[in-house]
Design a protein around this ligand. Structure first.
Ligand SMILES: [Mn+2]
Length: 471
């Protein structure tokens, strides 16, 4: 982490986060895997999904002009780097910053993302290193940060809308967030059919975490206006070439154009964060790309490999964790962590809480089960001595700390996820589903005897390492 002097005060700024992705990767080289060997774009999905931390492919056989990176935020130990804080401070920091007012943008005249600008016949986004993510998909799949402007408020809504490039200057875009739907509805109600849109690749991961915010906010700010708030520094935005919008000046690549919302096209499947091919068919609007701008020196294409355990499960839920942390804390309960683990398939969340007295844990479970989103079908509460990042530890707590008749809450017939194959499709209302919810209190209890819940460990456990005794 670079430390910079704050103008005039002489004090080092605490959060001198890198303002671009390449700086971020340099700063965090200690957790970055760099692949120098030539790699075919065809195998990059299977390779990057084997990485636990950030990975950068320097030499893509079919696309020598580009680099590709992925897996920036799969684990807490990499997520915390996005905010420049310790692993322990990460969630409380994000939770508190999300309660602050929006910092907005700083407009600049130029930026590195405009070193190369292509318009007209030079536009061809099929030239970008866009991988095909899974065996069952026939097309490459773009997972960029997508920006829409709210025509009423001017706020910048963002999400990662899965996009299939079908032609050099066209593609089909799958918007899945309720707020991007709401923004598009406002354009439609104004009689507009051409909606300006920008696709952004290669920004520091704090942008991506905030870009996926979902909660109350639309009357006060858009996701992008809050990026500076969660980074605790100003965000520079530069004007687009062909549309009336600004984009992050320090991005690696931007494609801009307009969505034609007058017509929807049938499209097949893509991969859900639950790692299934769901929904099976979609009706999508077409985007027309009118300009592509990028950095000159081997721009970094940011891919989000969609399956199996990748950024695809945690990234859209990192702000959810912070929102739930705020809810649980508001009850007066000490919350150590909230996780949507990759292995929970974006349908399950784990809360790590203290046990102050009877009643608290069930209310905390209900808070999470009743969350606004469709991904808290199974909520598990664990105690501070259970590592929520370790599936075996969570399973052990569920096996040993739960009296099933007493510690499991089941609620039938709630809103189900579109991505949950066990949820029942609602007839005549595709692709919506219903499903039950389950809350499991796997915390250490005061009954029958709290001493019974003390785990047994060897002496020096966690202090001596086998690897130090090898060779
Ligand atoms: Mn939103």
């Amino acid at each position: 982490m670079g430390r910079v002097q704050d103008g005039g005060t002489g004090k080092a700024r605490k959060n001198a986060l890198d303002r671009d992705l390449r700086g971020y990767l340099d700063t965090n080289a200690d957790i970055l895997t760099v692949i120098e060997k030539p790699v075919s774009l065809d195998v990059i999905p299977a390779l990057s999904a084997q990485s636990e931390g950030p990975i950068l492919f320097e030499n893509i056989i079919e696309k020598p002009g580009f680099r590709l990176c992925d897996i920036l935020v799969k684990h807490r130990w990499s997520q915390c780097r996005a905010l420049g804080v310790s692993e322990k401070d990460y969630l409380p920091t994000l939770a508190q910053r999300l309660r602050k007012p929006p910092r907005g943008f700083v407009a600049v005249d130029d930026g590195p993302v405009r070193e190369v600008v292509m318009t007209g016949k030079d536009v061809n986004w099929l030239e970008l290193p866009v991988p095909t993510h899974t065996e069952g998909e026939s097309d490459p799949y773009i997972t960029a940060m997508t920006i829409l402007r709210d025509p009423e408020t001017g706020f910048y809504n963002t999400c990662n809308a899965g996009t299939t490039p079908t032609h050099p200057d066209r593609g089909l875009v799958s918007f899945v967030t309720p707020h991007s739907y709401a923004v598009l509805k406002k354009w439609r109600e104004r009689g507009e059919t051409r909606v300006p849109v920008a696709f952004v690749w290669g920004v520091p991961p704090a942008y991506e975490i905030m870009a996926n915010f979902s909660g109350l906010h639309m009357d006060l700010w858009g996701e992008l206006e809050m990026v500076g708030t969660v980074m605790d520094q100003d965000i520079e935005m530069v004007e687009c070439e062909t549309i009336d919008m600004t984009v992050p000046a320090h991005a690696e690549i931007v494609a801009e154009g307009y969505l034609d919302i007058s017509e929807l096209f049938d499209f097949g499947t893509s991969v859900s964060p639950s790692m299934y091919y769901m929904p099976r068919h979609q009706k999508l609007p077409q985007v027309h790309i009118t300009a592509i701008s990028m950095r000159k020196d081997r721009p970094i294409y940011r891919n989000h490999q969609t399956s199996p355990d990748t950024d695809h499960q945690p990234l859209p839920r990192l702000c959810h964790e912070a929102v739930l942390y705020n809810r649980i804390t508001e009850m007066g309960l000490t919350c150590h962590d909230v996780r949507f683990p990759t292995w929970g398939a974006a349908l399950s969340c784990i809360i790590q809480v203290e046990y102050p007295r009877a009643g608290f844990v069930n209310d905390a479970l209900l808070q999470c089960m009743g969350a606004p989103w469709l991904n808290t079908k199974m909520v598990v509460a664990v105690s501070p001595d259970t590592d929520p990042g370790d599936p075996a530890a969570v399973y052990h707590a569920m096996a040993t700390r739960v009296d099933p008749a007493r510690d499991i809450i089941v609620v039938p017939n709630t809103r189900g996820s579109l991505f949950d194959p066990a949820a029942a499709p609602i007839e005549g209302d595709y692709p919506w589903r219903t499903v039950g919810k389950v809350g499991i209190d796997a915390t250490a209890k005061s009954r029958p005897d709290v001493k019974d819940f003390e785990r047994a460990w060897p002496r020096h456990w966690g202090k001596v390492k086998l690897e130090d005794y090898l060779g």
